[in-house]
Design a protein around this ligand. Structure first.
Ligand SMILES: [Zn+2]
Length: 254
């Protein structure tokens, strides 16, 4: 049995994997007490932990969307959440070269090349903190980052309610900020030219697939037509980190 824990900016999702099957254990709002309890309960088990933060050599070097103390974790794997999402999709959808983009409280991107996560110096793929303007203060301290225009936190700031409510009311804004997001994804596609792009997360996974696909294609030269898929599974990050634990042990799922 392997446990996968996804500590996101708004929710903590926990799954367990037995054989080839995943089972949902819980999804709870993120707060300091919940994090402390989980670290205590799951440390020293066969566990992978996904974090909405920048990780270099196993150290969390920045977590702007996770303003909590996270330490003393003993886990088999500690990995960035978007990397876990992309790795999970790569294995479960058999895509060896792809981008996995998560939109939740923040925006993350995992880059999979030949079935492996490409990390650069550790933090490669921080799409949410790429610069799209010279206006807007980002949670990371930067200015004009993509997250200032399209992310859970900036949508809440702009519309006064959670994206979740906007989806429930069928009022999610496919507006100029959505367009800025699609343009940033198109830029990422142009940089890597990978054949498959998965979009997920609690916001990304609820975006209409036709809207996002068409808008991204509008920004791309016609020679670029990767498959673009919206993944409607809030647990994909937690599943992905389970699969990373297996891979780290050499038990690779084919
Ligand atoms: Zn930023």
């Amino acid at each position: 049995m392997i446990f996968g824990i996804d500590i996101g900016g708004s929710y903590i999702d926990i799954v367990k994997k037995i054989g080839d099957e995943f089972f949902h254990i819980s999804s709870i709002p993120t707060n300091q007490e919940a994090i402390n309890n989980i670290i205590e309960e799951y440390s020293n088990r066969r566990v992978g932990i996904a974090i909405a933060g920048w990780i270099r050599k196993g150290e969390i070097v920045n977590a702007p969307n996770l303003p909590f103390k996270i330490d003393k974790i003993k886990a088999n794997v500690i990995e960035n959440d978007a990397n876990c999402f992309a790795f999970g999709i790569s294995k479960l959808y058999n895509q060896k070269n792809m981008l996995g983009i998560t939109v939740g409280t923040g925006i993350g991107m995992g880059i999979i090349i030949d079935g492996k996560i490409f990390k650069g110096g550790g933090v490669a793929g921080e799409l949410g903190h790429t610069i799209v303007s010279n206006k807007g203060k980002c949670v990371c301290g930067g200015v004009g980052h993509l997250e200032c225009y399209f992310s859970g936190w900036s949508i809440k700031k702009r519309y006064g309610k959670d994206a979740k409510e906007l989806f429930e009311e069928n009022k999610f804004p496919y507006d100029k900020n959505f367009n800025i997001f699609c343009r940033a994804v198109a830029n990422a596609i142009l940089l890597f030219d990978l054949p498959f792009v998965a979009i997920g997360g609690r916001i990304g996974g609820r975006i209409r697939e036709d809207k996002i696909r068409n808008r991204i294609y509008e920004h791309l030269p016609k020679q670029f037509k990767p498959e673009i898929k919206v993944i409607k599974d809030d647990l994909m990050v937690a599943k992905g980190v389970c699969l990373l634990v297996e891979e780290s042990e050499g038990n690779i799922i084919k």
